[in-house]
Design a protein around this ligand. Structure first.
Ligand code: DC
Length: 229
């Protein structure tokens, strides 16, 4: 096990992962890897460059060369995502970009091409890593592995609220369908499918407010990571 500790948080979207990761990175003063953002930027880059999903060689090369910068604000708070000198922070958060990311993420060569980039986030004093395969594939030796779940219905409701808060209209039915489709694709792919690591602690957040989720995880971190109090 490395001397630089890692906490991995995996699970589908809408489970509170992002909020938990921001809290942990901020509280601990550790680095933060939003691996989903990398797949999202790659999907956006492919769209901008007209690289199709069946052109695996070009897609993998794009993944290796991807000129992306994650700007952080304070400890571990991701504030801006810059691709090719353009601020794409909002562009990568659309439903379309999430779906496109899920499609490119199912290609084994693409995942391989992005592995070193993700591992490079493992720097002192520690790392909080958010994704689908952080505990199973990218950081299998992490000190603490969490896997957050929530019912598809609850996740769709949370997503609807998030979009409404941003002034974006959407309907629950479409969001539920999107979520079900994305879950199926992420869970059934041949490489690095979305699943808890054998040694992960699984937390169902369906009936928990986010403050409770964060509070419970804070307690777990204090118990399991040496030196944290
Ligand atoms: O976490 P997110 O919604 O930003 O991720 C977008 C997509 O990227 C997700 O549907 C699947 C893919 N992804 C992945 O395959 N592996 C990761 N570690 C993170 C994201």
């Amino acid at each position: 096990m490395s001397s630089v500790p890692i906490i991995t948080i995996d699970g589908p979207s809408g489970t509170g992962k992002g909020t938990v990761c921001s809290f942990l990175a901020n509280w601990l003063g550790w680095h933060f890897l939003d691996s989903g953002a990398i797949y999202r930027v790659l999907a956006l880059a492919a769209m901008k460059r007209n690289v199709t999903n069946d052109d695996i060689q070009k897609l993998s090369q794009l993944a290796v060369d991807l000129d992306v910068e994650f700007q952080v604000q304070g400890a571990g708070q991701l504030s801006h995502v810059v691709f090719d000198d353009e601020d794409v922070t909002d562009d990568i958060r659309t439903e379309d970009c999430g779906n496109a990311a899920s499609i490119v993420a199912a290609i084994p060569e693409v995942r391989q091409a992005l592995l070193a980039r993700q591992k490079a986030f493992h720097q002192p004093p520690g790392l909080v890593a958010d994704g689908r395969d952080m505990g199973t594939v990218v950081f299998p030796d992490a000190e603490l592995k969490l896997f957050l779940t929530a019912s598809a219905e609850e996740r769709a409701k949370r997503r609807l609220k998030q979009l409404k808060d941003k002034g974006i209209s959407a309907n629950l039915r479409d969001l539920s369908d999107d979520i079900a489709e994305r879950d199926a694709r992420d869970s059934k792919r041949s490489v690095s499918p979305l699943k808890p690591a054998e040694d992960a602690i699984v937390i169902d957040t369906s009936d928990l407010g986010i403050e409770n989720v964060v509070g419970n995880i804070r307690e777990l971190v204090i118990k399991m990571i040496p030196g944290v109090s």
